[in-house]
Design a protein around this ligand. Structure first.
Ligand code: SF4
Length: 415
């Protein structure tokens, strides 16, 4: 049997600064919601945030809020309230948990950031369906509830090659967002401000990429589970200087760890790639489970989703359209397999975990034979775990533990 032991998790120095960063972000939104001094736009996590920043909106991301519902293990209790409105238990549990929690007047923000009583009311909601259809349904529910406008981009899905036609269509849709957004904010759009936001977003993206790729070093100074919280600024603050500043600090710390040969997992023996969403309510438990087996889950498609190398201030709309169309989760299986193969090489991966998240087919890649195809082509074994991002009724801790232990044992035999 693979031997599991208790391990102390190594805390990052920057984690404290990251906590303050997120607190500042939410208090600014809360203050704007209370005073009305600034307009608030809700945006999907891979939506056109740069346009909103350039126009002077504060930007709130419901997905990050729902991930907090998940990580605080509140989500499961609130999903049934959305189910009662005929939002199926099988659709996005980010959406159902968020709607349910709102209906019950609760938010994890209150506990994390004293004084905040509710999520910030939107003045407008902006989506991009590049990631899934559920974001439109989710945002539409809140748009009706608050009686505010909703606008968005219909992104492409299952794309093998991001063609110029796709880019032009998406860029046009982004340009078309401007007039309704000008109406909400009461100011004229300024292309130079958009160039600035795109430039800052690109810097943030480059730093985030460098941070994640530090994990290619042996032993890796980073885990996927750390990455899930460290990615906060890349999601909620790309397009701003503070996001750049904090990632510069984090990258420095990562480099120090590399210099000191300090692995995030003691005595790292197995290097694992994670495909799909995390199980937010089990982030810590999963981190300890793998670390206890000397296995480091050190890279993922999920954390890399906020790397946008196409962003270019010289062509703000087109480059945003390209960057957001190149998103992993909106691509074809052929593209995804090539992508994962590259990551296997880059990170020196011994095994892959595919998370089959029941309520998110969009971020689940193992339902049409991908794991076996990759296994046959690369010789790297994989394990499919059944679970969910937020609904803990769909997660079996015992099964996860047994399956992961057996998988690590198999990797040990292969070595
Ligand atoms: S990609 Fe999945 S988890 Fe994210 S909003 Fe869409 S359905 Fe929900």
């Amino acid at each position: 049997m693979a031997e599991e032991k208790k391990v102390a998790r190594k805390k990052l120095r920057t984690a404290e600064a990251m906590g303050k960063f997120m607190a500042d972000y939410y208090y600014e939104l809360d203050n704007a919601a209370k005073t009305g001094e600034k307009k608030i736009a809700w945006c999907t996590s891979v939506g056109p945030a740069e346009i909103l920043r350039a126009m002077g909106f504060l930007v709130y991301f419901p997905e990050t809020h729902s991930a907090m519902l998940g990580s605080s293990r509140m989500a499961t209790d609130y999903i049934p309230y959305a189910n009662a409105l005929d939002y199926s238990p099988e659709v996005c549990s980010y959406m159902t948990a968020d709607i349910g929690a709102f209906l019950q007047g609760v938010t994890p923000l209150s506990k994390a950031f004293p004084g905040i009583q509710s999520i910030p009311k939107p003045d407008v909601l902006v989506f991009n369906t590049n990631q899934c259809r559920d974001v439109r349904d989710w945002f539409s529910w809140f748009a009706r509830r608050f009686n505010v406008p909703i606008v968005g981009v219909d992104g492409n899905r299952h794309v093998k090659v991001v063609t110029d036609t796709i880019v032009e269509s998406n860029a046009k849709q982004m340009e078309n967002l401007i007039p309704p957004l000008e109406k909400v904010i009461g100011k004229k759009f300024d292309i130079d401000k958009l160039r600035e936001a795109v430039a800052l977003s690109r810097k943030c993206s480059n730093l985030w990429k460098d941070i994640l790729e530090v994990a290619s070093v042996k032993p890796s100074p980073l885990t996927f589970f750390d990455g899930c919280t460290l990615m906060g600024p890349a999601v909620v603050a790309r397009g701003t200087q503070p996001a750049v500043d904090i990632y510069e600090q984090l990258l420095e710390e990562m480099k120090e760890r590399v210099k000191d040969k300090e692995g995030a997992v003691e005595n790292e023996k197995f290097r694992i790639y994670w495909d799909g969403m995390p199980v937010w309510g089990r982030l810590r438990a999963h981190s300890e489970l793998f670390a206890g087996l000397n296995a480091n889950v050190l890279a993922s498609t999920y954390c890399s989703s906020w790397i946008f190398t196409a962003l270019d201030p010289a062509e703000p709309f087109k480059s945003m359209a390209r960057a957001y169309s190149e998103l992993f989760n909106s691509r074809s299986d052929e593209y995804k397999e090539e992508y994962i193969k590259e990551k296997i090489k880059l990170y020196g991966i011994d095994g892959i975990i595919f998370h089959d998240a029941k309520t998110c087919p969009y971020n689940t890649n193992c339902r049409y034979g991908m794991s076996k195809r990759l296994e046959n082509e690369t010789g790297i074994p994989s394990l499919i775990i059944n679970g969910d991002l937020n609904d803990l009724r769909l997660v079996s801790d015992e099964q996860m533990k047994t399956n992961v232990e057996a998988f690590i044992e198999q990797l040990a035999e292969n070595k």
